[in-house]
Design a binder for this molecule. Structure first.
Ligand code: AMP
Length: 213
């Protein structure tokens, strides 16, 4: 199965993608994580893209496209989280010979909810895993560290920029997939378990369809 996840910043794409990957045995590729890791490791890609990520702007497709293609090459089952974010990227993905998407999952969350969630979001200072709520005290479920911090690009002015970029560049991608009969819209409001139950049911139905040919 091949999926992409689209939604505004703070919709819960990363959490949903990680759970989908475990539940359905998919490779999880998050372009945001990939770029944050490259920046933390000080690679050439990280150096080239850090200023875009810090400002909440999109990294140019000329830089990111080949990286994504390289990571996905040979993978039959994947969930792509945070890509595509523009029509250009959607068309690039569609043209990759090994990509044949089963669905584009659109996690819909209203703007006021997004602002509230991002203000409260904390990530593990050691590995970047997203916390369960604000002011975490428990150990990170992924790496065991106990230091939590706000994500650098969750500052209010950067959130405003990321949301504006989303409305301008990424909303057309939703219509692109709707027009191709691939859009699977999920209500992203409510708590994590509620959202996950909706996602799991929708994707399980899709996987069932897949099995039946
Ligand atoms: P995310 O973790 O998905 O919110 O992504 C964090 C940041 O990484 C974004 O604000 C962009 O600067 C950059 N980024 C992630 N995915 C893409 C993409 N598909 N195209 C361009 N920039 C991206």
């Amino acid at each position: 199965m091949q999926l992409v996840i689209i939604g505004p910043p703070g919709a819960g794409k990363g959490t949903v993608a990680a759970r989908l990957a475990r539940r359905f045995g998919l490779v999880h590729l998050s372009t945001g994580d990939l770029l944050r890791e490259a920046s933390a490791a000080g690679t050439a890609l990280g150096a080239e893209t850090k200023s875009y990520v810090d400002a909440g702007r999109l990294v140019p497709q000329e830089i990111l496209g080949e990286v994504v293609a390289e990571r996905l090459r040979g993978e039959k089952a994947f969930v792509l989280d945070g890509y595509p974010r523009t029509l250009e990227q959607a068309e690039f993905l569609a043209a990759l010979p090994f990509a044949a998407l089963d669905a584009a999952l659109y996690v819909a969350v209203p703007e006021d909810e997004i602002v509230r969630r991002l203000a409260a979001r904390v990530v593990c200072a050691s590995c970047g895993a997203v916390g369960e709520g604000s002011g975490e005290e428990a150990a990170c479920p992924k790496c065991g560290a106990t230091a939590w911090e706000a994500r650098a690009d969750d500052r209010p002015e950067t959130v405003a920029e990321r949301y504006a970029v989303y409305m301008r560049d990424t909303e057309p991608v939703i219509e692109y997939y709707r027009g191709r009969g691939l859009l699977l819209q999920i209500e992203g409001t409510g708590d994590r378990e509620e959202v996950w139950a909706r996602v799991e049911a929708a994707v399980a139905a899709l996987a069932g369809d897949d099995d039946n040919g």
